[in-house]
Structures are given as structure tokens and as C-alpha cells.
Write a protein that binds this ligand. Structure first.
Ligand code: NAP
Ligand code: GDD
Length: 346
């Protein structure tokens, strides 16, 4: 039985990846950092699995990275650990660099020294591109990071290439576009919309306050994307691969789709800070009977959620990866949003 070591096991992707690897007969060791309250909610169902183990460690702590890799001698390492919120990275740039940038260096150095035959997966990101051009982005598109998060991930991306080309480490960059799920953190825009929509239906809030409604993202389902990580290491030679759906939607579209699933149809009016999303009609819904009064202003814009720089448009072209691995995403945008809304409303 092969051993997979996951840094970032308590996160959205770490939890789905653990489940998938266990189903595929891996022994999974998950690294969890210390926290003052319980942060294993996403992996509770796995804690008693005989092939699953959680160990304390932190990618900002070199000794813990070395001792864990030395103790378990993994066959595969997935580095998913990150301060993963782009907006937060503007407020905590140094910490973000320590975790997302130098943290990756620590794991690569320990891997090169202790387990040079390991397959190493790095959670690279579409944020590397900056998204100013508007077209479809692939492995040849130039990078233009527009946040401390993206700058730290770019540093990590190039380290992975250097350890692959310089030391022969079997290291992969998965350049993943946005992926969401009912397990998505509640301060990312998709999950914020679906949790706040549930609060609106319960009457505990009257409006949802969002930032830049114009942003366009290539949104996929996290379950499809962790499968991509696993098949990348299984089916492909070490390289850099874009993973995306090839379809994109705006934040405004995400709002409209979410509300429509609950039978509350909204339209947007106005511009800039004055823009509002308003309920204009009622329709069918398979998941709730609750209706928000027609005319209620349910989406408002707050400058609090604007970033000093934003990434306007991300659309990926993953043909290289699809050809090399045989991977195809199973979830459509509508299915993804439906699952998230259903989960939060119920
Ligand atoms: P997430 O839910 O925020 O999970 C991040 C994980 O990293 C959590 O388990 C977190 O632990 C852990 N972590 C944070 N700081 C750490 C540290 N110092 N030492 C050890 N672990 C630490 O993120 P995700 O959505 O699953 O994303 C997984 C990875 O893919 C991240 O690297 C992210 O940057 C990257 N990525 C994500 C997307 C996306 O759309 N989801 C797209 C491209 C790339 P706590 O639970 O204690 O916070
Ligand atoms: N979070 C958030 N909250 N974003 C908002 C809001 C809001 O209230 N209103 C509008 N947005 C806009 C952001 O400005 C951004 O342009 C877009 O919605 C998406 O924001 P997030 O959901 O926070 O995701 P992200 O695209 O910045 O970053 C995610 O995807 C990256 C891959 O492209 C994260 O998962 C990163 O870790 C990942 O690398």
C-alpha cells in the first residue's frame, strides 16, 4: 500500500483528496496545524479510518516538516497548505509569503534530502495569470501576479520547476482554476453567496453585501479537481498542467443562479457602489417553499470587499492535461451551484 502525505488536510481540497485516496487504497497521513478550536470538521468522518492518520505540523516550522517526512517516507506528497484567501493576503503579505512561498521551499528541500523518489504535487493557481487579457489561459500564457498571495505562489511555482529540472524530483505544478463545494470556506465569494442566501430565506439578514460583481471565474467542483490531482501523479510525467472547466461566469451570474434555485429570481440595476440585485419574480424550487418579497434589494455593493488590485477574468484551457491524463470534469456550473445552495439552505 502506498503512502500519501497531505499538507493542508483540514481544508476543502485536503478533505476530498483524503477520501479519494483512501478509496484508491492509499494510506493517508494528513498534516494539521495547531489551532485553539477544533478545525477537523471536514475530516471528522475519516478520523477512525484504519488507513488515515492526522499528525501535528506546520509548514512554517522546518523541524516539523522534516520529522514528518522522515517518519512516514511517503510515496506521494500533496502540498495544499496555504493562506489561501487572496483578499487576506493584502493584509498579511509577509505571513502569506512564509506559508505559501517558503513553506513550499521547506517541503521541497526535505523531499530532496529524505525522499528523492517521491512524487510531489504543488497546489499552483490560476491567480498566477492576473487575468487582465480576457482570453483562455494555458501553460504558455505569461504570468502577472496581482496579489501577495499570487506572488508567493509564483515563487513556489518556480521552485517546483527548479527542483524538477535541477535535482530530478518528480514535482508537478497543478495550475488549478477556482473550485468550490459545500465544504468551501465561507469567506470565498461562492460560499458567501450560498450561506447568506440561506440567512436571507430565514429572515436573519435582509441583504448580502459583496465587492466586485464584475469578476469572472472558471468555477469547477472541488471533487473533480482533487481527482485531477490524483490522476496527474498517476498518469502524467512530471510537468506543469492547467486544470479548468473551460467555462466562465461572473459573480453576478453566480448570484442569479443561486437565487433562481430557491425560486427567487433577481435582476441587477444601477452601477458601481449603487448597483443592487432585486427580487423581480418568483419561480419553481425543488428545495424550499420560502419566497423573498418581490422588490426586496437582496444584493448590495460594499467597498469593504474591494481589493487593492483584483483579477478581472479567469478562463482556463486544460487541453494539455486532458490529453495527458484522460481527466474530464463531471460537474457543470449549474450542478455545482445547486449542490452548494441545497446544502446551505437545508
Ligand atoms: P483551504 O480550504 O483554505 O485549505 C488550506 C489548508 O492549508 C487548510 O488545511 C489549512 O489549515 C492549511 N494551512 C494553512 N496554513 C498552514 C500552515 N502554516 N501549515 C500547515 N497547514 C496550513 O484551501 P483549498 O481551497 O482547500 O485549497 C487548497 C490549496 O489549493 C491551497 O494551497 C490553495 O492556495 C490552492 N488553490 C485553491 C484553489 C481553489 O479554488 N480552491 C485554486 C487554486 C489553488 P486550517 O484548516 O488550520 O486553516
Ligand atoms: N471573497 C470575496 N468576498 N470575493 C468577492 C466578494 C466578497 O464579498 N465580492 C466580490 N468578490 C470577488 C473577488 O474580488 C474576486 O474577484 C472574486 O469575487 C473571487 O473571489 P474569491 O472567491 O475570494 O476567490 P479568488 O478567485 O480571489 O481566489 C480563489 O481562487 C484562486 C484560484 O483562481 C482562492 O481559492 C485562491 O486560493 C485560488 O488560488
Amino acid at each position: 500500500m502506498k503512502t500519501a502525505l497531505i499538507f493542508g488536510v483540514t481544508g476543502q481540497d485536503g478533505s476530498y483528496l483524503s477520501e479519494l485516496l483512501l478509496k484508491n487504497d492509499f494510506r493517508v497521513i494528513g498534516v494539521k496545524r495547531r489551532s485553539s478550536s477544533i478545525n477537523t470538521m471536514r475530516i471528522t468522518n475519516l478520523l477512525n479510518h484504519p488507513n488515515f492518520e492526522v499528525v501535528h505540523g506546520d509548514v512554517t516550522d522546518t523541524s516539523s516538516v522534516y520529522s514528518i517526512i522522515s517518519k512516514y517516507s511517503p510515496d506521494h506528497i500533496y502540498n495544499l497548505a496555504a493562506q489561501s484567501h487572496v483578499g487576506v493576503s493584502f493584509n498579511e503579505p509577509e505571513y502569506t509569503s512564509q506559508v505559501d512561498g517558503i513553506g513550499t521551499l521547506r517541503i521541497l528541500e526535505a523531499s530532496k534530502t529524505l525522499v528523492p523518489e517521491v512524487k510531489f504535487y504543488q497546489a499552483s493557481t490560476s491567480e498566477l495569470y492576473g487575468g487582465l487579457g480576457g482570453g483562455s489561459l494555458n501553460e504558455s500564457t505569461p504570468f502577472n501576479p496581482r496579489s501577495p498571495y499570487a506572488a508567493a505562489k509564483l515563487y513556489a511555482y518556480y521552485l517546483v520547476k527548479q527542483y524538477r529540472e535541477g535535482y530530478g524530483l518528480m514535482a508537478y505544478n497543478g495550475i488549478l482554476f477556482n473550485h468550490e463545494s459545500p465544504r468551501r470556506g465561507e469567506n470565498f465569494v461562492s460560499r458567501k453567496i450560498t450561506t447568506e442566501l440561506s440567512n436571507l430565506l430565514n429572515g436573519s439578514v435582509e441583504s448580502i453585501y459583496l465587492g466586485n460583481l464584475n469578476s469572472v471565474r472558471d468555477w469547477g467542483h472541488a471533487k473533480d479537481y482533487v481527482e485531477a490531482m490524483m490522476v496527474m501523479l498517476k498518469n502524467c510525467q512530471p510537468d506543469d498542467f492547467v486544470v479548468s472547466t473551460g467555462n466562465c461566469y461572473s459573480v453576478r451570474d453566480f448570484c442569479k443562479e443561486s437565487f433562481a434555485i430557491t425560486g427567487n429570481l433577481i435582476e441587477f440595476q444601477g452601477e458601481g457602489l449603487q448597483e443592487i440585485g432585486r427580487v423581480v419574480a418568483h419561480g419553481e424550487s425543488g428545495i424550499t417553499n420560502k419566497r423573498i418579497p418581490i422588490g426586496q434589494n437582496v444584493i448590495k455593493v460594499s467597498p469593504k470587499y474591494f481589493r487593492p488590485l483584483d483579477v478581472p477574468h479567469l478562463l482556463g484551457d486544460s487541453s494539455k492535461f486532458k490529453k495527458a491524463s484522460g481527466w474530464e470534469p463531471k460537474y457543470s456550473f449549474s450542478e455545482l451551484v445547486y449542490e452548494m445552495v441545497e446544502n446551505d439552505v437545508n
